[in-house]
Ligand binder design. Structure first.
Ligand code: MG
Length: 262
C-alpha cells in the first residue's frame, strides 16, 4: 500500500487524460468519521460543498456507495446529481432513476422476520443498535459493554445460524457491526463495475475510496479494470493500492480533485 499523496503527480496526469471519471466513495469512516450511533453521523459542510463542486465538473461523476439504506444515505449526503447506492449496491439511484437488484426484493420479508427475532432478544443489551434497512440489517455493537459481548454474540448467532446454514442469508462483518444480507452475488464491487460499464465500455476511469471490509470487494473490482483503489486508514492485507490516513486526509483528497486544472 502506498500513501496516496506520494503518487499524486503521476495520477494527476492520468486523471487529466480521462474522458469520464467515476469517483465513488463510501460514507461512514470515509467521508465522515464513524459515530457511536449511526444516526449521529453527519456530513461536514466542507466535504458537502466539495462533492457538489466536483460533481458539477466534467469529467467527474460522483457516486456514494454505502451499506446504509438508499433513502438514509441520500438524506445524509444531501447533494443532488450524485449517484447513490444503498445496501452495498443492492439499490441504486441516479438522475431520478431507481434500480433495485431484482433478486433482492424477495428477501425483504425474511430480513424483517430476522429483525423481529433479534429485537425480542436485544432488550438486555443496552447499546446494541439494530439498523433495519429493508434489504438488509445491521447489528451495531460498538456501545455494548465488553463483558456483555460474548453473550450478545451467542444470541445473535443462535438466531441467524439456521438461515446461514440453509444459505438463505449471508453474513458480513464491518467495524463493530454484523450485517445480514441476501445471499446474492452482488456487492459494492459489482455495483461499481456495473456503474462503470454503464458509462460506456472502456470510457470511464474509476476511483473508489472506502474504509471497511465490504469496501474490499470494490477495491478488487477497480484494480481489475485499472482504476484507483484507496483505503482510508492503512491496513495490512487490504486490496486497496493506496491509503489515506483518516477522514480528514480524505477531505484533502477531495480538495485536490476539486482543484484539478485541465
Ligand atoms: Mg465505511
Amino acid at each position: 500500500m502506498q500513501y496516496f499523496f506520494n503518487t499524486w503527480g503521476s495520477l494527476e496526469k492520468k486523471l487529466l487524460r480521462a474522458r469520464h471519471i467515476l469517483l465513488c466513495a463510501d460514507f461512514d469512516g470515509t467521508i465522515t468519521p464513524i459515530k457511536p450511533r449511526p444516526k449521529e453521523a453527519k456530513l461536514g459542510e466542507g466535504i458537502r460543498l466539495l462533492l457538489r463542486k466536483i460533481s458539477k465538473r466534467r469529467p467527474f461523476i460522483v457516486g456514494i456507495i454505502s451499506g446504509r439504506a438508499l433513502k438514509d444515505i441520500e438524506e445524509k449526503v444531501g447533494v443532488k446529481g450524485l449517484i447513490f447506492a444503498g445496501n452495498h449496491g443492492l439499490e441504486i439511484a441516479y438522475k431520478k432513476k431507481n434500480f433495485i437488484y431484482p433478486a433482492a426484493k424477495r428477501y425483504v420479508p425474511l430480513i424483517s422476520q430476522i429483525a423481529r427475532s433479534l429485537k425480542k432478544r436485544l432488550a438486555p443489551f443496552s447499546g446494541a443498535i439494530l439498523e433495519e434497512k429493508n434489504l438488509s440489517l445491521s447489528l451495531h455493537y460498538r456501545l455494548v459493554k465488553r463483558e456483555k459481548l460474548p453473550r450478545l454474540k451467542e444470541i445473535f448467532f443462535r438466531i441467524i445460524r439456521p438461515y446461514l446454514a440453509a444459505q438463505k442469508i449471508k453474513l458480513t462483518y464491518g467495524k463493530k457491526v454484523w450485517e445480514v444480507r441476501p445471499p446474492i452475488e452482488w456487492d459494492k464491487g459489482r455495483a461499481v463495475l456495473w456503474l462503470t460499464q454503464r458509462l460506456g465500455p472502456g470510457r470511464a476511469f474509476t476511483i473508489y475510496i472506502g474504509d471497511d471490509a465490504t469496501d474490499e470487494d470494490a477495491f478488487r473490482a477497480v484494480n481489475k479494470i485499472g482504476g484507483i483503489s484507496i483505503r482510508v486508514g492503512r491496513k495490512r492485507g487490504s486490496s486497496a493500492r493506496y491509503y489515506l490516513r483518516n477522514t480528514k486526509d480524505a477531505q484533502r483528497f477531495f480538495r485536490r480533485i476539486g482543484s484539478l486544472k485541465k
